[in-house]
Design a protein. Structure first.
Length: 177
């Protein structure tokens, strides 16, 4: 009598279910870490945007507005007369722009009285330059970040763990280390 050999090529249904379950467990462990990493990257981008605003405002103040500051990102996106380079990069060319899950704005700081008229700035900006400015970046949603960031003409970047939109008062605020 001849014994019939069973074909053992391939996987059984049980083996496939075990592999799928293992992949599911690994994914469940990895996804929260991935989301935290993405949120951290978004916050780093917002901090970088605040640093870019500080740098652009400093250059604008020193070379274009007689020691005063722009109050709109559009003003910083205009190149001075005789130049092709603006004070800030094109990805931050207007107030309310969303970059990496954060909305970025600048405006009038604590002193609102303009001291340099629009015609006196080197790039003929639409707004008069003021003695102070304020910049802020707040998360678009809770999934893009948990902290909001602010800065002003002092050059310090502050954060708020509530993620709320900053005003020019910058309270409550903690300086970044």
């Amino acid at each position: 009598m001849k014994m019939k050999m069973r074909n053992t090529k391939g996987f059984t249904l049980i083996e496939l279910l075990i592999v799928v379950a293992i992949i599911g467990i690994i994914a469940a462990i990895a996804v929260p870490g991935l989301l935290r990493a993405r949120m951290s990257g978004n916050e780093a981008s917002a901090i970088g945007s605040m640093r870019a605003v500080n740098s652009a405002e400093s250059t604008y103040s020193a070379s274009c507005a007689a020691g005063n500051y722009a109050i709109d990102l559009k003003d910083l996106a205009l190149a001075p007369t005789g130049s092709t380079s603006a004070f800030i990069s094109p990805d931050l060319a207007s107030n309310g722009i969303t970059k990496s899950g954060y909305t970025v704005n600048i405006g009038v700081g604590t002193t609102a009285t303009p001291t340099v008229a629009t015609t006196a700035t080197c790039n003929s900006s639409a707004n008069a330059a003021t003695p102070t400015y304020f910049g802020e970046a707040h998360p678009v949603s809770a999934s893009t970040g948990t902290r909001s960031f602010g800065t002003d003409n002092r050059g310090t970047i502050f954060f708020n763990i509530a993620g709320a939109t900053y005003t020019n008062a910058m309270t409550p605020a903690n300086p970044l280390q």
